[in-house]
Structures are given as C-alpha cells and as structure tokens.
Design a protein around this ligand. Structure first.
Ligand SMILES: Cc1ncc(COP(=O)(O)O)c(C=O)c1O
Length: 423
C-alpha cells in the first residue's frame, strides 16, 4: 500500500496556497469569507474554538458523487457515515436531499446503537439505516435487533451471536478483501495485514457455515478499504474491489442471493498541494465495470468526502516564539477539537483571516493550547509573518473533528455557526 508521500516543505518565500478557493469559501476584499461572512469578524464576536459550517457544501458533495454514479449507469444507494458529523443542522440538510433509497436521497450508515437512535430521531426510517459496527456487544444487540435496520456483521463471532438471537434475520457480511487504501497506512482499514475489521478470505467458509447454521439470509457484501485515499490511489481501491468480487462469487456459490455490494466510504479530500482529488467518474466507472456481471445495487457510505471541506475552524494566534531552530505559532485551540494531524496524520491548510494571500516567508510548527507535546497541527509549514492576536482558519475541519471534540484539560469544545450560501 502506498499512501501519499509526505509533502516536502517549499522553498521560501512561497506563494500562498489558493487551491482551496471555491464558491462559498473565498477572499473578499483581502479577507477570508465563508458564504459572504467575514470570518475575522465572526471570530472576534464568538471567540475560539469556532467551527464555521458552509450549509451548502455537503449537498454539493453528495450531488457530485451521485452525478458520477448516475453517469456510470450504476444502480446505487448512498448512506451518510453519521460518525463524521452527527450535527442535527447538517443532518437536516442531508435528509432534505430526497427520499433515502432514491438516486437523490441519502440514508445513514451508523456504527453504534447510539447512532442508530440518533438517525431515527433525525427523520430516517429504519430501512434507510445500515449499521456497520465492530466488537458489537450483547447489549448493543439489544438495541440493534429491536429495529428493522440493515445489519452488516464484521466477524464470524458476530454472525454466531446474531444468528443465535435472531435466527433467520437478513444480514450483510463485512469482509476484509486483503487489500486496502488510506491517506496513511494507519487509515487503511483492510489489507494483507489483518485489521480488526471484517471477515478475511480464509474465514469466509466459517462465516458461511455460521450463517447457514442459523438460517441467516445474507443479502449484502460490505467492505471499506480505508479512509482519506486520494486520486493517485484509485488502483489500490480497485485491487480491494476486485478481491471483494472474488468473495462475492463465493457467497453466491454458497447460495446466498446477494443484492447489495457496499463499497464503504473512504473518498478523501485534498488537503494540500500537490495532492490530487479522486476522479469521481473513474471511481464510479471502475465500480460499474467490476459489478456489471452481478445483479446488485452498489452502496456508498461517504463521510469525510461529504463533510471535510464543509467547515473551517477559527482560532487566534496567541504566541509566536522561536525555540531552538523552530518557530512555533501557538493557537487558542487544541487537539481536543482538531485531532486531524495528531491522531490521523491528516494535513490541513492554515490561512490568515486578514490578507490571506500574503506571501509565505517562514516555515513554522503550528501548535495548540493543550498540555501535550503532540498537540500540533502542522510542521515545517510555510506561513507569512503573523502577529499575536491575528486570526487564522484551519481548513478541512468539517468531518469528524467537532464530533470527536472533548474537554481535555477542561478546554472548551467551542461553538459552531451554520452559514447559508447567499442566493
Ligand atoms: C464502515 C465504514 N463506512 C464508512 C466510513 C466513512 O469513512 P470516510 O469518512 O472515510 O468516508 C467508515 C469510516 O471509518 C467506516 O468504517
């Protein structure tokens, strides 16, 4: 598996990055604006941490994906990976896209009983919710089996336990096809090296036997190659897809009428140059080609692809300090609200709110206010000279981060603003 190589620091001075400019997030009068709102003014008014969401962006991203799926002639269903953003304001936008199960609508993929209940409370019917969980306990099953949702089971043990409690139930099997793709190796959820997810090829016969023993009706094959993979990695995803179809054949040969192949989520978002986005048409066409021999619906569970670039995180520069040969730019937010780099190694762009396109003249480490040395957001990162008190935006902050926020060090999780797109 070859995750993208780390991005080399540029020669200084460097031009400000501009790849992220788009309708909704742009520079207006030399100030950064989201949907026409001056972000520096919002930061001064509300303080940090402040997540500013573009309410139009999740729908644009869903439409972009669905458009490619349609053009490829796929029969498809989309389900939003709820863990990436359980925020009711965002869910209302997604629920409003159309009836789940129709080409325009979007269902929910949940990974815990709490998420299933949250999806139900936010307007999704049980048959538009799938649950793809791991290490699901008997207590989890008390809740999950009480609702007629789609259940994807990710191990032989899960098949046995669900089979004992609900013989004859319809289920899906999550497999690890033995190949994966991710923004980093850590984010590949499948591959030759076993991960904690899914039934590997050498245990598929055991899974089939368990399903048969309990009369389970297996109608779905599920795999999730990994998260955050980008344009250059389509081949890695395709390798996982090809191996998944081999497992599909084995389930069909065993007599299970598989109606859905769920290819998971994982589509990444560009975070820095020179990363390149996934070509959605190539992705959709590849899936269409691999699934053409089978009478199946393709299911998609995007999370970060829908949410990652739908919000920015605003913060104030509280210190600029030289330590040894490193300049630290310290912000008044921490990894408790932005764990992207600390936990996942995701790159993020940091953009000054005023004069955002200033030339970048120094390489710095951007750090947070949590008392841990690993609480940094970027290293060897080019920024302009910044004054203490200036505001900055951390881009690509819309997926997972707010949902994963915590009050570590009793630092606040902050505020969220939801901004409509004018017109
Ligand atoms: C089963 C499953 N589906 C979908 C997703 C969503 O992934 P992403 O946000 O990378 O699209 C995940 C993420 O971990 C997952 O485990």
């Amino acid at each position: 598996m070859s995750a993208p190589a780390p991005i080399a620091p540029p020669a200084l001075p460097a031009a400000a990055p501009t790849w992220w400019r788009r309708p909704g997030l742009d520079v207006v009068g030399d100030r950064l604006a989201l949907n026409g709102h001056d972000l520096d003014a919002l930061l001064r008014e509300h303080g940090a941490p402040l997540f500013a969401y573009d309410l139009a962006r999740p729908a644009e991203s869903v439409r972009a994906l669905q458009g490619a799926l349609r053009r490829a002639g796929l029969r498809y269903v989309t389900r939003f990976a709820l863990k990436s953003c359980p925020d009711p304001r965002i869910l209302a936008v997604l629920r409003g896209l159309g009836e789940p199960g129709t080409p325009e609508g979007i269902g929910i993929d949940a990974c815990s009983p709490g998420e299933v209940l949250h999806a139900l409370a936010n307007g999704w019917a049980p048959d538009s919710i799938s649950h793809t969980g791991t290490n699901v306990s008997e207590r989890d099953l008390d809740v999950l089996l009480a609702h007629p949702i789609r259940l994807n089971l990710d191990g032989v043990s899960q098949l046995e336990r669900v089979g004992r409690r609900a013989p004859g139930r319809t289920v899906g099997i999550r497999v690890n096809p033995g190949a994966g793709a991710g923004y980093t190796d850590h984010l590949a959820y499948a591959g030759e090296r076993p991960t904690k997810f899914g039934v590997m090829p050498d245990r598929l016969d055991d899974a089939i036997a368990a399903a048969r023993r309990h009369g389970l009706v297996v109608d779905t094959l599920h795999f999730h190659a990994g998260s955050g993979w980008l344009g250059g990695q389509l081949g890695e995803f395709e390798a996982a897809l090809a191996r998944a179809t081999v497992m599909l054949e084995r389930l069909l040969d065993a007599g299970f009428a598989i109606r859905e192949v769920n290819v998971g989520g994982g589509l990444g978002r560009v975070a820095r140059e020179p990363e390149v986005p996934v070509d959605l048409d190539a992705y959709a066409q590849s899936i269409a080609a691999h699934l053409a021999p089978y009478d199946v619906t393709a299911a998609f569970e995007p999370g970060d692809f829908v949410m990652k670039d739908a919000a920015v995180l605003l913060a104030e520069v509280v210190s600029v300090e030289r330590r040894g040969d490193v300049t630290f730019v310290g912000l008044d937010v921490g990894w408790n609200v932005n764990c992207a780099y600390f936990i996942y190694g995701y790159a993020q762009e940091v953009v000054p709110l005023v004069a955002p396109l200033r030339e970048r003249t120094q390489l710095v480490t951007v750090a947070g206010h949590i008392n841990e040395a690993g609480d940094v957001f970027a290293e060897d990162y080019p920024l302009p000279e910044l004054a203490e008190g200036e505001g900055v935006a951390i881009l690509n902050a819309g997926g997972y981060l707010a949902a994963m926020s915590m009050t570590h060090c009793l630092r606040p999780t902050g505020t969220a603003l939801y901004l409509e797109r004018p017109g």
